[in-house]
Design a protein around this ligand. Structure first.
Ligand code: G3P
Ligand code: CA
Length: 275
């Protein structure tokens, strides 16, 4: 069995350093980069006027002071809203560690809606290699438009056609095999990650949908079926696990020798891994 001392596990900041700072904002991604995260995870959705924005939910109600579905709003509508103040610092009261992130309303960009384009700029300017894992959300609704716009944007940054999947700083993740197949058809060397909430019977032997190189199982799968990692590895797949926040889960992932952990607490996980 591989463990943490033999292999460096990649630490991926889920929606940024989202335990501390509001998810999917520049504030959260800047904090994750400062913390030393190896990679950033983000979800992307299309606005009514065709912009890719980093928002998890179908609607913006939970994470902003606005209401409505991302798909029904234009970028200008979203840009007028605040995506930061819902993250109440009061929630930290009574906890041992205070958040290092502080909401500063004067830094408006830090908590505005974040476009994928702006996130790509942040990563390009990081001054070190920071990888990006982009998840396509509900792509079936858009019949290929999410992937098309995503690849067009990556092309502008010279990231759509890496020499090999191993060298790519960007990877595309999805629960939808169809979405990943669209990406592969247009950009065969861009790595793809098949996200799994549970293991369907046809994938139990460790194989993934055709052409997908990386498995993205939920930590729940590993808790109940740790041997699944070995099956995935035997089938030639790397393993990126989400969402790994609990120290006992970090330990399990290290013991199983997974390749990446996706976490809301990159700083704490890096510390636990001795980095
Ligand atoms: O990184 C994969 C994970 O983000 C999938 O779940 O709901 O947080 O997007 P969700
Ligand atoms: Ca996600």
């Amino acid at each position: 069995m591989t463990n943490a001392s033999q292999q460096r596990i990649q630490v991926v900041a889920h929606r940024g350093a989202s335990e501390e700072a509001p998810e999917h904002t520049l504030a959260a991604y800047r904090k994750a980069i400062e913390d030393g995260a190896d990679a950033l995870e983000c979800d992307v959705r299309l606005t009514a006027d065709g912009h890719l924005v980093c928002v998890h939910d179908r609607r913006i109600n939970r994470t902003s002071n606005g209401r409505g579905a991302v798909s029904a709003l234009e970028l200008a509508d979203l840009a007028a809203l605040d995506f930061g103040s819902w993250k109440d610092p009061g929630q930290w009261r009574g906890r041992p560690e205070a958040p290092e992130w502080e909401h500063r309303p004067e830094d408006r960009e830090a908590t505005s809606v974040l476009t994928l384009e702006r996130l790509l700029e942040l990563v390009s300017d990081a001054g070190r290699r920071v990888e990006l894992a982009v998840e396509t959300k509900h792509p079936t609704r858009w019949a290929g438009q999410v992937e098309e716009r995503l690849l067009r944007l990556l092309k502008r940054f010279g990231l759509d056609a890496p020499a090999s999947p191993e060298e790519s700083p960007v990877r595309i993740m999805s629960f939808s095999a169809r979405s990943l197949h669209r990406v592969q058809a247009a950009s065969p060397t861009l790595p793809t990650v098949y996200l799994m909430q549970f293991v369907s019977p046809r994938l139990r032997d460790g194989r993934l949908p055709a052409g997908v190189g990386i498995a993205g199982p939920s930590i729940r799968i590993l808790r109940s079926h740790p041997s699944y990692v070995e099956r995935l590895r035997r089938s030639g797949h790397r393993v990126h696990v989400w969402t790994v926040d609990d120290p006992s889960d970090v330990r399990l992932c290290a013991e199983l020798g997974v390749d990446a952990v996706i976490t809301n607490r990159p700083q704490a996980v890096l510390r636990q891994l001795g980095r």
